[in-house]
Design a protein around this ligand. Structure first.
Ligand SMILES: [Zn+2]
Length: 657
């Protein structure tokens, strides 16, 4: 599970280094800094270097998983933007704008709405630009005997037609489609949900399913299998990393290498266990087919990699929550039969990321809790990380108007300015550690509520984790644990409840098309706020000067409602009650009023607030001696998305056919 972007980002306030680098349409581009890297011992810096190479090596896997035409499209775009001398200025500006959004979103689909975006120049201008680039020496991904014109004609619908493959992940398909056929991603080819009835996947997480000659085939992601070249390169870098790892981490890396070689489910489990048992290593990585948000069935893992080190200063809060996990479990407001008896070590750290690729970069989560395998979580616990330097980069670039525009009173905006960062970090930490980490499910689900809840699973699980955090925030025990200052506790609770409520309105800016929400975290937040509106007296909808406000008026009623809803959401997960999940989200979480969205969009556009952020990662470079041994690894900050994306693409081109 991971947490995506919180509040939006824009102009960096007076900071002595740049955070916001540029604005591209709805997106902000922000540099993330890893200040602690320089202080790591050489051994750990060298470890991070090799793991970083393993992260870049797999980047193209996620491009291909997200859309079958992604890599070819990227090649075309990169050929043009790197050979631009003869291209008409306004056409080039549009192609560059589109290319940046393509890099940030890993293809032509908005990561929040799942919907396609297209080039806004004419076909003729695009063809002319490509021809100019070709004259300037650009090389295009031509198939055997194909001309440039034929290539551009073949890819034309992908670049220009909103009706071709319109949605990457569709959980609410139109009539005549199901969640697989309506989704444009590359996880399933030529099959429908009906074909899957009675079919048992041997490699649920790490395969593409293809219907070939009437038969379902699992194309397994492994060395020698699908993505074999990229995976072999990842393995090579992981093996280079092992000598620099702690023993616990080396065990996990060896298990990961084995899994990448065999692709077998048992080896994936062995890796998950080894990874979660490595609790104390100062450097860690996530590398593999992990999160299932891309798949409308919530089964197939999207490839991602993160490399990070522990931020010691910021780790104490999250570790306090983890060390009290049993207390929280014992006080959950749900049926005791869903309580875990002995909570296994939830390992929790604040970390600084050094590189993220695939499903976690350039758009990054702010918190992660893994493994996702429910059976392993219940037996071995989980590891939870809060991405400190990402949070810092968000915080350093929030525009004040963003708070005031949607706050009903000046006091509300002031509270937000004062406490929102603190309250947000605490609730994110609780969400990860005691939210995703808590509870158990009925035996008959065999540790896999995903199978029963299907496309509703992720949104239910995110709701559950949010509700746990919101439920415990006002608890006086938090003062006892030293997590909140007593004299500011009420104000912190009010700040978070107000912010959570406002967000249901403000997040509508991210869904500029249609009247339905696809993204799971957004569904969960809509659902919770609208359920509270319908079932408690905690929230008022008010208007003033033609503007709508969601106003949180009663923290006690808010918390009481959260407790009631949490009991039901845990029951739904615990029993795998698909019908109840579907009804809950259909009633409160999926549909919204287009007129209200248009109002919100107009308000944020007037203030020029971005909807989401792509991050530029630090750049690492090894320094070698005459013998070719690494004697130092330096870190620098590119401050430029284009430079970094072109570097990453060039680094892996040789791995593709
Ligand atoms: Zn989550």
């Amino acid at each position: 599970m991971n947490e995506p972007t919180p509040a939006p980002v824009t102009n960096a306030p007076a900071a002595d280094r740049p955070y916001l680098l540029e604005r591209v349409g709805e997106a902000a581009v922000v540099q993330v800094y890893a200040d602690g890297f320089r202080d790591l011992p050489l051994r750990e810096r060298t470890l991070v270097w090799h793991l970083g190479q393993a992260a870049i090596a797999g980047r193209d896997i996620f491009y291909d998983q997200r859309y079958a035409h992604n890599l070819e499209m990227r090649d075309v775009l990169e050929a043009i933007v790197t050979h631009s001398s003869g291209i008409d200025r306004s056409t080039l500006d549009e192609i560059v704008r589109y290319t940046k959004l393509f890099w940030i979103n890993t293809g032509p689909y908005n990561n929040l709405t799942s919907r396609k975006f297209v080039l806004a120049c004419t076909t003729a201008d695009f063809v002319a630009a490509a021809q100019a680039a070709a004259r300037d020496g650009a090389r295009f991904p031509l198939q055997d005997g194909e001309t440039l014109d034929a290539l551009l004609a073949r890819l034309h619908p992908m670049f220009f037609d909103l009706d071709v493959d319109p949605i990457v992940t569709s959980k609410t398909p139109r009539a005549g489609k199901d969640i697989v056929t309506a989704s444009a991603n590359n996880l399933y080819v030529g099959l429908t949900m009906k074909d899957l009835e009675g079919f048992e996947e041997k490699h649920p997480l790490n395969s593409r399913l293809v219907k070939r000659d009437g038969q379902l085939v699992e194309e397994v992601y492994r060395v020698g299998g699908r993505y074999g070249e990229q995976i072999a390169a990842i393995v090579q870098h992981l093996e280079a990393a092992i000598p620099y790892a702690t023993e616990a981490m080396a065990r996990a890396l060896r298990a990961l290498v084995t899994f990448y070689r065999t692709g077998e489910e048992a080896d994936r489990e062995a890796y998950d266990i080894a990874w979660v048992q490595d609790k104390a290593s100062p450097v860690d990585t996530i590398n593999g087919f992990v999160e299932v948000y891309l798949d409308a069935r919530s089964i197939k893992g999207a490839w991602e990699a993160l490399v990070f080190y522990v931020n010691r200063e910021k780790t104490s809060q999250i570790q306090t929550i983890a060390s009290q996990a049993q207390w929280f479990e014992d006080h959950m407001p749900w049926d005791p039969k869903y309580r875990k008896d002995g909570v296994h070590g939830v390992t929790a750290n604040a970390i600084d990321i050094v590189i993220e690729a695939g499903d976690s970069g350039p758009i990054t989560p702010v918190g992660i809790n893994l493994p996702n395998d429910q059976a392993i979580r219940e037996r071995y616990g989980s590891k939870s990380v809060s991405l400190s330097n990402v949070n810092e980069a968000y915080d350093r670039s929030t525009l004040p108007e963003f708070r005031s525009e949607f706050s009903w009173t000046v006091e509300e905006a002031e509270r937000s300015k004062r406490w929102n960062a603190f309250a947000g970090e605490l609730t994110t930490n609780m969400h990860e550690v005691i939210g995703h980490g808590s509870g158990k499910v009925a035996e008959r689900l065999n540790g896999s509520p995903q199978a029963a809840l299907k496309e509703q699973f992720s949104a239910i699980e995110e709701s559950r984790a949010d509700l746990v955090a919101l439920y415990f925030l006002p608890d006086r025990q938090l003062v006892e644990f030293g997590l909140v200052p007593e004299d500011a506790h009420d104000e912190i609770v009010r700040t978070e409840y107000e912010s959570y409520t406002r967000n249901a309105l403000v997040q509508l800016r991210r869904v500029r098309e249609g009247t339905e929400i696809e993204e799971d975290h957004m569904r969960n937040r809509q659902m919770i706020v609208h359920w509270l509106m319908a079932n408690t007296s905690a929230i008022d909808v008010r208007t003033r000067g033609g503007k709508t406000y969601y106003v949180m008026t009663d923290p006690s009623a808010f918390r009481e409602g959260v407790g009631r809803l949490l009991a039901e959401v845990q029951r739904i997960k615990g029993e795998g009650d698909y019908d109840a999940a579907l009804a809950l989200f259909n009633t409160y979480g999926v549909h919204f009023d287009a007129a209200l969205r248009d109002e919100v969009v107009a308000r944020v556009d007037r203030l020029q607030l971005p909807s989401y952020t792509g991050f530029v990662m630090p750049k690492l470079e090894p320094v070698t001696n005459d013998a070719g041994e690494i004697v130092d690894v330096t870190i620098s900050y590119p401050l430029d998305l284009t430079t970094q994306m072109l570097e990453y693409s060039a680094a892996t081109r040789h791995l593709r056919p």
